[in-house]
Ligand binder design. Structure first.
Ligand code: AP5
Ligand code: MG
Length: 240
């Protein structure tokens, strides 16, 4: 998807509420979350981005998370849930939010259910919209190629790919001209570990949400534009 795409003005009449994007590393959660955020006018809450920011700022959480992320493992539930709880309490989340990369364990899903049931993450009763979980399903054989070719902008967070969505000028962000970087965990040996962690810890969540009746699936093997349209269709026709 073109990082230059003209943002569609947020439509406050569209149903929002809490949205979870599930999917393996490289499935396209970040790419899609950014599009939904612009279209629906609600924030993307990426636990990976929040944790990388803690690492960058060398906070106590960042110091604990850095080595864990470097091994492709998961940061302990309590630390991540506390971080998410703080972010979701901010006023911009009142109309809804897109969780990108959270929950990632059944324990995190229970925490989220508890918060939603207690009404702590929702706006006024009239604005309540049930949780919708969208699984971006993809053949894992495609992921290593996608992730090793990913480049990101450290300033604005734009996501590029050397094969599928390259910047106009190599190594330079189209949006703000910053030098693009490669994520430290996008080395092949770490990607393999991240995929194992996903299968062990996060894949069971698809069953969990299937049983709750909140799970919808999109085919993550299409182009970013095709997937964005499929997700938008799901969100605009969600029950509520
Ligand atoms: P996180 O940053 O969430 O990483 P991830 O889940 O491994 O997912 P990625 O960000 O790598 O992939 P994505 O699905 O966002 O794909 P993207 O859109 O960028 O987490 C990092 C680490 O933080 C974890 O390993 C863990 O240690 C820790 N962590 C995070 N959350 C946690 C939690 N809840 N609990 C505990 N620990 C946590 O796309 C990938 C590439 O493909 C890009 O180059 C993109 O341009 C390209 N692309 C996207 N869509 C398409 C398409 N349709 N066709 C072709 N190319 C495409
Ligand atoms: Mg991501």
């Amino acid at each position: 998807m073109d990082a230059h795409a003209v943002p569609v003005a947020a439509n406050p009449k569209l149903a929002t509420g809490p949205i979870v994007l599930l999917g393996a590393p490289g499935a396209g959660k970040g790419t899609q979350a950014k599009q939904i955020a612009v279209h629906f006018g609600i924030p993307q809450v990426s636990t990976g981005d929040l944790l990388r920011d803690h690492v960058h700022r060398n906070t106590p959480l960042g110091q604990q998370a850095q080595a864990i992320m470097g091994r492709g493992e998961l940061v302990p539930d309590q630390l991540v849930c506390d971080m998410v709880g703080q972010r979701l309490a901010e006023p911009d989340c009142a109309r809804g939010f897109i969780l990108d990369g959270f929950p990632r364990t059944v324990g995190q899903a229970h925490w989220l259910d508890g918060r939603l049931q207690a009404g702590l993450l929702r706006g006024k009763p009239a604005e309540k919209v049930p949780l919708l979980v969208i699984d971006i399903a993809i053949d894992h054989a495609l992921l290593v190629e996608r992730l090793t070719a990913r480049r990101t902008c450290p300033q604005c967070g734009a996501i590029y790919n050397l094969h599928f969505n390259s910047p106009r000028q190599p190594g330079v962000c189209d949006v703000d001209g910053a030098a693009l970087i490669t994520r430290k965990d996008d080395r092949e040996e770490v990607i393999v570990e991240r995929l194992k962690t996903y299968e062990r810890e996060t894949l069971p969540l698809t069953d969990y949400y299937q049983k709750c009746g909140t799970l919808r699936r999109v085919d993550g093997g299409g182009t970013a534009e095709q997937i964005a349209l499929a997700i938008r269709d799901l969100l605009e026709h969600r029950g509520g």
